[in-house]
Design a protein around this ligand. Sequence first.
Ligand SMILES: [Zn+2]
Length: 341
Amino acid sequence: MPSDPSHPTSPTRRPTDEAYLDDDPFDPPSSLLTLPWADCHNHAHTLSWEDRERYAISGCRAMVLVASGYHWTPYKPVDAADVQFLWDDVVNRRRAIERNHFFETGLALGIHTGVRITNPDDLLALMEEYCELDEVVALGETGITPAQHAESWGLDEQRAVVQAQMELADTYDLPVLLHTPNQIEDGPDYRPGVGLPGFESNTSLGQDLVLTGDNPELEAVKMDVEAAADAGLAEERIVASHADSNNVDYLLGETDCYASFTVGYPWLTGVTATDVAEAIHEYGPDRVLMDTDCANILKTDVFSVKKAIFELYRLGIDVDDIRQVVWENPRRLFGFEDQDY
Ligand SMILES: [Zn+2]
């Protein structure tokens, strides 16, 4: 005899939730489980083999490996040969990474302004030759940095280096990955000497701001966009990585730049899928991207974009719009193969 009178076929002893959920409209979007996605900004060549395998397991189809960061150049100030080594390291291993993990890779080579470089003109001359390589799909990450590590670099010199890279990007029809500084809230008070746990940097070597004012992080982005104008680089060739609530209205509301939300380390930046959802609700998905920015020197999550895919859906974003943000936009901007996923 059925024990749940409203569901005569139910074998449960008394009604469960199931007896009341007939009108539940939720239809699980199983296509999200295999949705193709790209990571338009990471440093996966600095991670472990297992980390790169995790990208593949979570359905990452393509990524931009960024080689420009001063974190990996041991000497300060940096000279051109130090940065060229970073470029050569990723050129050296790119195809082996693809063979091991099956996702497509493109390279972004750049001159970062987080540490002063002694002979940037030599590096810019070299960069021109690297722009000819098929595997180079972007220049960067670069952009005005309000304060340097170990030794300051004047704003005029930084701006000249950023603008010169933008001129090259325009000449070679490459997008530029901007490093836009995040506005970071004060974290907990750590005991003296431990630095910033989660970031393998001697943070005590941080220098005074060379860009001051109420909002140097936003001011830096505005200077980058001005530099692009002077370089003749169209705003739609700029992907501003590290978009956050401090710069998104400027980027998406006042420029034609793309905004890529770095969701790989919210413990530091506070940036999560919620920020991405807000941007899509406000401005649509056409110029929104996401990236992990995963790197070995930072506590970062290679699954963060994949997790954000699910979270965006929960936050009301349609599957087609999510697909545009994590696949169609990066695929088109960085020229990844369209394999009819
Ligand atoms: Zn990065």
